[in-house]
Design a protein around this ligand. Sequence first.
Ligand code: HEM
Length: 396
Amino acid sequence: MSRRRLLGGGVAALGAAGVGAATGYAIAGNRAEEAVVGSATIPWRGVHQAGIDTVPPQAHSMFVGLNLQDRVGPEELIGILKVWTEDIGRLTTGAPALADTEAELALLPARLTVTVGLGPGVFDAIGLPDRRPSWLAPLPAFEIDRLEPEFTGGDLLIQVCSDDPVTVAHAVRVLIKNVRSLVTIAWTQRGFRRSRGTEESGTTMRNLMGQVDGTVNPTAGGTDFDALVWDDGSEQSWMEHGTSMVLRRIRIEMDTWDELDRPGREESMGRTLDTGAPLTGTSEFDEADFDATDRFGIPVIPPSSHMARARHTRDGERIFRRAYNYDDPPAPGELSNSGLLFASYQRDVLTQFLPIQQRLDEFDALNRWTTPIGSAVFAILPGVVDGGYLGQSLLE
Ligand code: HEM
């Protein structure tokens, strides 16, 4: 429908619903605001790859796990990473990728970032087994796990985030299409948070259980963050300025969670649902008091709550969480298929993530309603500066 027709009578024909207000057309102010969201960019080139300390996290994400085809060796991997370097460099600035067949879709990056990682299997494939970081391996099996192969493992990761889902779809398509003779898709996992502009920027996200999720987290860009997240190259020099990522697909049993009353929900977390404050406080960022007891001597924050179990036991055990919700079509006969794409970044999986996950595996009040169904670990490559390419420090 042409703009002229829409303005000159088409609106009445369409009725008040949907296009009725003709938002972008009639109100010049809105138009400018909308264009700002679409044209916003996040610098991708830099010491670290973007998409980890990018705040606020973009509204939409797609995590794609890829497997290398048998014939891929070092030369082919360099080829893949060079093509991605070029294409990501373009797409994140709002320019079409090389050989972009839908070039117009690239023009609104909406804070697009692409973050690339290597899975454990790559190092044997390229004949460099000694370059694999010691923590880069599948996680040990946990009692709570019900892992499905279609969400587990992978040789390569691309994490694509943007405030616009069309941009995400286009970037994923282009990046995969341009290397399709060398990889196969192991899995794709789509996640979302609130749309940009729906709430004040910087508000901690809510997961689909309704909880404020992400409160206790190192501040992106802060000193703590640097030490906890970015690799310093001491174990594998090529990893300097990279990091590790753990991606867990955690199914939430929304239908049984529905049966629990509000106090029960708050006790399972140790935090209130309205503000996300610890049960011993009044606002979100209040320090939790794990020693406080009620008049019967019972701890106010149950030791079995998720927060109490997940709390670090020493400073270096902290991780950076950057999760997304998922809500996919249910299987026939089921009512929901939702959960959390739990993504955490840390310098060392074994000393930071693993002890937390082991405690949660032993006991966590939340386990009744949550089940890990996918799991993958990746080495997130250092960033790209001055004409270099992704993975250069490993491959040259
Ligand atoms: C569906 C699964 C999960 C849900 C719904 C969930 C939700 C939450 C919520 C609502 C909080 C409290 C607010 C906050 O500080 O963010 C929290 C805290 C936390 N969670 Fe989870 N979480 C899940 C899985 C995990 C997993 C798998 C890990 C790590 C292995 C983890 C580690 C943490 C940590 C470290 C904290 C901060 C604890 C503190 O020091 O207060 N969570 N989570």
